[in-house]
Design a protein around this ligand. Structure first.
Ligand code: ATP
Ligand code: MG
Length: 179
């Protein structure tokens, strides 16, 4: 999967609508301390279905909504749009994918894939099948390198399974076991 574009509105420090184009290859984000570099990476994880407020450096899920500053009122919602191309099929063609996650104060999160309302689970499956997602080892945030070195064997196996693209199978097995 190739992420092409990211749009943020009311997400953490990105209070005004912002749009970023992500070119093929390695992408680096640079800027002074506190300018929002980590927030950007968190936006990608969040739209992919991240469900742990702690890993978004918050106490609750609504903490991703712009909280306001001395001169700016807080926002009522946060929205992140991720546009990507799926991995190429046998014939080399790719499909366009647009995933939207939106959270409103008091109303929780809602997801859309290509304009259709979907469940969080559908989003998780879409990314797990593409060997990516909120826990993808391709998203390297602060402290992650040290975490890989210190990880227990089972945790390291989970990282390898993500990278190998079989994490989606575990999600489906868990789902089947619950039925
Ligand atoms: P560093 O180089 O120190 O790692 P960084 O570029 O990664 O910095 P971030 O951690 O992404 O910076 O951004 C931190 C900023 O985002 C802080 O100024 C913080 O106040 C702001 N911020 C985070 N959540 C919110 C929120 N919900 N509302 C408003 N501002 C927020
Ligand atoms: Mg940071």
């Amino acid at each position: 999967m190739r992420i092409r574009r990211l749009k943020l509105s009311g997400f953490k420090s990105f209070v005004e609508p912002a749009e970023l184009r992500i070119e093929p290859g390695l992408t680096g984000v640079v800027g002074p301390n506190g300018c929002g570099k980590s927030n950007l990476l968190e936006a990608i994880r969040w739209v992919m279905g991240e469900s742990s407020p702690k890993s978004m450096r918050g106490g609750g899920m609504e903490d991703v909504i712009f909280a306001g500053t001395a001169g700016r009122p807080p926002r009522a919602f946060a929205e992140v749009v991720l546009q990507a191309d799926t991995a190429p099929r046998e014939d080399g063609t790719r499909e366009e994918l647009e995933v939207v996650r939106r959270i409103e104060r008091g109303a929780g999160s809602a997801y859309r894939i290509n304009g259709r309302d979907v469940r969080a689970k559908d989003v998780a499956l879409t990314f797990a099948d593409a060997a990516t997602g909120a826990h993808s080892p391709a998203l390297v945030s602060q402290g992650r390198i040290a975490a890989v070195i210190a990880a227990k064997p089972a945790e390291r196996r989970a990282m390898l399974e993500e990278a190998a693209g079989i994490a989606g199978l575990h999600v489906r097995r868990k789902d089947a076991e619950q039925k």
